[in-house]
Design a protein around this ligand. Structure first.
Ligand code: SF4
Length: 450
């Protein structure tokens, strides 16, 4: 029997119906930014995972997971953010809570773990992550961290990320709150160094921060610190030395940008460096913010040069990929929006698109961009993804590690656009890498044996 026919045609749960729409068939009123439906095996990660996404790339921090050892399996090895300095962040330390600690409390064990780690690793900051069980037993993380900070004269920052206390987006906020505790207002935002920006929401996967920094350098903009790809304690402390925040992954970092605007008067801009169109537009947006004609001239020069360099290669892929259909299920809305445009650049239509933590305004843009008949869904579960991929005849799924098996079980191609990939997908160079990967997987001879 065809594998596709073997898919169990589960109808969508009643409670999930408002979170799925088909453009042109239903009104554009997608329910999003809410907790997952109880009992539904959502593809969404937990609060703690959301916090780790944001904080783990801080390279010279001790990252201590207060919880059972399983939670600590989230390590650098599954999130390939690169460092130009310290490698300390590649360790995933855990208090390894056991039954006895659950009964009698884990605070003493946590204090001992911090002491041991600080004695062994010279770090100026320790992030202590709360996990589900810590929320259940009620350990006072704040008090333990405060006492440890006083004992060691370093910063020990609790991250309130009990896995069950909300969804992944709550983890982003918990991580941003931890970063806000770290940022020291040595200078006020607007009067800070001219043409100096902070780059928010890029985690330096496969060196992507370095690619974007290079573009910005060429147009005369200096990056003060990236949140948090390849960042370190001292740079984060001086985050207020920038005159502008640009945000790549708005889902994880819009809260930090808004708070920095309120606290330090630093304005922010949403950008995206995925695909030719968005990369060019983002560079133009930055130059236009500074109102600097020389910078605008340099942007046009860079865009023309880079586009001319990659366009022949993209054209080669476009001819071979024309007419293929893609399904997209990614973490945040900004990536989903850019991917729709990026797939158009290589001749591919998007027939299903969803995110784990997309916001209302992002879904509105998605709705605007896609063709009639495209299925848009928030916080999906595996059976929904399978159902719509088959129904819409997708040839390719774009997702992360949790979506990969779904695609392979259905016998369709898969692209990893998550944190465990090893090649950059940002900027002009990333556009070529994506097209190459799409071509390699879609046109692989293996599919004729499925
Ligand atoms: S915090 Fe909770 S949901 Fe998250 S990995 Fe740990 S046990 Fe699982």
């Amino acid at each position: 029997m065809d594998v596709r026919q073997a898919v169990i045609w589960d109808s969508v749960l009643k409670e999930r119906k408002e979170s799925i729409i088909t453009k042109g068939k239903q009104k554009n009123r997608l329910k999003c930014d809410t907790d997952s439906v109880a009992g539904c095996v959502s593809q969404r990660a937990c609060v703690y995972c959301g916090a780790r996404v944001v904080l783990n790339p801080v390279t010279d921090a001790i990252h201590l997971v207060h919880g059972p050892i399983g939670c600590a399996s989230y390590t650098w090895d599954i999130r390939g953010s690169l460092s130009s300095g310290s490698e300390l962040y590649r360790n995933s330390f855990s208090t390894d809570l056991q039954e006895q600690d659950v009964i009698f409390g884990g605070e003493k064990k946590l204090a001992r773990a911090i002491d041991e780690l600080v004695a062994q690793y010279p770090a100026k900051v320790v992030f202590v992550y709360a996990t589900c069980i810590v929320g259940v037993i009620g350990d006072d993380l704040e008090a333990v961290c405060k006492a440890a900070a006083a004992r060691h004269q370093i910063e020990v920052i609790p991250v309130q990320s009990s896995g069950f206390a909300g969804n992944k987006a709550a983890g982003y906020r918990a991580a941003c709150d931890a970063l806000l505790r770290l940022i020291q207002p040595t200078q006020t935002g607007i009067s800070a160094r001219a043409n100096t920006i902070n780059y928010l929401g890029d985690f330096n996967l496969a060196g992507e921060v370095w690619i974007i920094k290079n573009y910005l350098r060429q147009i005369g903009v200096e990056v003060n610190v990236a949140f948090t790809g390849d960042s370190h304690y001292e740079a984060l402390k001086n985050a207020t030395a920038a005159s502008l925040n640009i945000i790549q992954c708005a889902g994880s970092m819009i809260y930090l940008a808004q708070r920095m605007k309120e606290l330090y008067g630093i304005p922010y801009l949403n950008v995206s460096f995925l695909g030719l169109q968005d990369t060019a537009e983002s560079l133009r947006k930055i130059a236009s913010h500074f109102g600097d004609e020389e910078m605008q001239r340099r942007v046009e020069e860079l865009v023309a040069r880079e586009t001319a360099r990659v366009e022949p290669t993209l054209e080669w892929y476009r001819r071979r990929l024309q007419g293929k259909k893609a399904a997209i299920y990614v973490g945040g809305g900004f990536k989903a929006i850019s991917l729709i445009k990026q797939f158009r650049e290589i001749g591919i239509d998007v027939v299903m698109i969803g995110t784990q933590t997309g916001r209302k305004e992002e879904y509105e843009i998605i709705h605007e961009l896609v063709d009639d008949g495209t299925v848009i869904l928030d916080d999906a579960n595996p059976s929904e993804l399978e159902k719509f991929m088959v129904e819409k005849g997708a040839h390719l799924l774009v997702g992360g590690v949790k979506e990969r098996p779904l695609a392979y079980k259905l016998g369709i191609a898969f692209i990893d656009h998550n944190h465990d990939r090893k090649h950059p997908l940002s900027g002009f160079v990333g556009a070529v890498n994506l097209a190459k990967e799409v071509y390699t997987t879609l046109c692989s001879p293996v599919w004729q044996y499925v």
